[in-house]
Design a protein around this ligand. Sequence first.
Ligand SMILES: [Zn+2]
Length: 291
Amino acid sequence: MSDNLIRCLAFNKQVRVILVDNTNLIQARCNPLETPKLTKTALAKTLTIASLISGTLKDTQRISLRVAATDQNYQVLAEADAEGNVRGFVSQPFFNLEPDQVENMTLPEFFGERGGIQVIKDLGRYGKMFTGVTKMPYGNIVDDFSYYFEQSEQTSSVFYLSLLFDEQNHITLSRGLFAQVLPGGSEELMQQLIDAVKLSPLFAPETNLAEIFQHGADSIDQVLAIDLEVLSIEPIQFRCNCSKEVLMPLLSSLTAEDIQWYIERQEDIEVACNMCGEKHYIDPHEVTPGT
Ligand SMILES: [Zn+2]
């Protein structure tokens, strides 16, 4: 099964609905991490929200999300573009958390009362960047992004996610929905939509989301009765454009002495991409010392 993003309209074009099944992407990025379940949950949810937002982007537009805890050292980053490319990672301090430190902690307890989210939308060829920030009144990431979109776009918006774990704390399913009332639409439809989706098999593990949508909206609509129109079904995937060249500027703070240290030990300099966690190794001879 591949990961898919499905764009729809519901209730006779009054509500925009985006659905994603990104289970493969989330499993590949989160399951190998040697971190507590809380960290995997925070990363998975933020990546899924970025995946869903990618369904609202056009052309060269990009979105970048940052979720920061009250202790700002703990940050979750995610980015997406209009082509369904998604990337993201957690800040380094997450890897120093002891499992028993957060074992029984909920996301709201972890993010605390002064957590915040930042959204940067790059309009690409339209040439503008919009930055929005908000508090996290819910602290669970998902409802906080619903809150953010309600505030910033002045329209009824809701994210609904399903993230399932097995007993070994491995993720077994990741799906999400993002819905927004379009101009002139009725806000009451949002609750009706969520209620219908919760009762439907769309988020059941045995359901192949893309397959049922490929069979046409009619069969789904018989279950949901929300007057559904499918606009597109597109793949979605993890992609980071990091390389040694892209990461080189991160080494600009190294002094000639630092670089000499690596040269004497005949060691490459390890530098990790903060958007995907991949480690790159750079020959110290290629590095110009900072001033
Ligand atoms: Zn990367």
